[in-house]
Design a protein around this ligand. Structure first.
Ligand code: SAH
Length: 225
């Protein structure tokens, strides 16, 4: 996977330390930990920040946005349990790193990003790494991506004042959605599931996290709170 193996080699030890950190935070799922070893996060980051790629921290990716903290992403994946037959919707492509992890776990990934430049940059890296099962869209992800609905797994990487109703509508029976819900400053991670009979359940899986705001029709307005 990928060609710049000298650079990849340089990051190997740091990557192993990151995986130990994720593990020490309670994620014991070996298949999931292995993915963090196989998908090189540094390749998804702007050059100036690459040396910090394997810190367990959110990192700036330009346009006022951040790549999410790896241990938090691992936790979200642990809750969502994407499987090989799952159709996945991601809102907030950002760097594309989580998109790549999702593509390794599921059948197909549909990912929506509102900042065109970020989507373009993610497309380039994902193409270089050779992912055949990812479709990217530039637009407002709070309305979902109706064309390919329903989805078995959904993840939103930006904070919303409430659960956007179009996303719940596009959740398949047996489907699960994780997203941060709360104020602009602080959120809880919420899991929304739909039973096989169609009933929807909602509950908090982790308190107090901080994500960039979800801006759009069913999120925050562009102007401020
Ligand atoms: N998982 C990404 C997280 C990026 S931060 C990563 O680790 O790189 C969240 C992203 O959500 C930002 O890129 C932001 O531009 C995007 N975003 C915010 N509101 C959005 C919306 N309504 N639709 C799609 N993307 C949105």
């Amino acid at each position: 996977m990928g060609t710049d193996s000298v650079e990849d080699y340089r990051y190997l030890a740091a990557r192993r330390r990151l995986i130990e950190t994720i593990r020490s935070r309670g994620i014991e799922d070996l298949d999931l930990l292995r993915l963090f070893d196989e998908v090189p996060r540094h390749r998804f980051l702007p050059e100036g920040i690459r040396h910090r790629a394997y810190e367990d921290a959110p990192l700036p990716i330009g346009y006022g946005q951040t790549a999410s903290q790896p241990s938090l992403q691992a936790y979200v994946l642990h809750v969502l349990q994407p499987g090989p037959d799952d159709k996945i919707l991601e809102i907030g492509t950002g760097s594309g790193f989580l998109t790549a992890l999702l593509a390794r776990m599921g059948d197909r990934v549909y990912s929506v990003e509102r900042v065109r430049e970020l989507s373009t940059r993610a497309r380039k890296v994902l193409d270089e790494m050779g992912f055949p099962n990812i479709a990217l869209l530039v637009g407002d992800g709070t309305i979902g991506w109706r064309k390919y609905a329903p989805y078995d797994v959904m993840t939103v990487a930006a904070a919303s004042p409430s659960v956007p109703s179009p996303l719940v509508d596009q959740l398949a029976p047996g489907g699960r959605l994780v997203l941060p819900v709360g104020s602009r400053q602080e959120q809880d991670l919420v899991l929304v599931t739909r039973d096989e009979d169609g009933t929807v359940h909602e509950g908090t899986v982790q308190e107090r996290c901080t994500f960039v705001p979800l801006l759009g029709k069913y999120g925050w307005s562009e102007e401020g709170s």
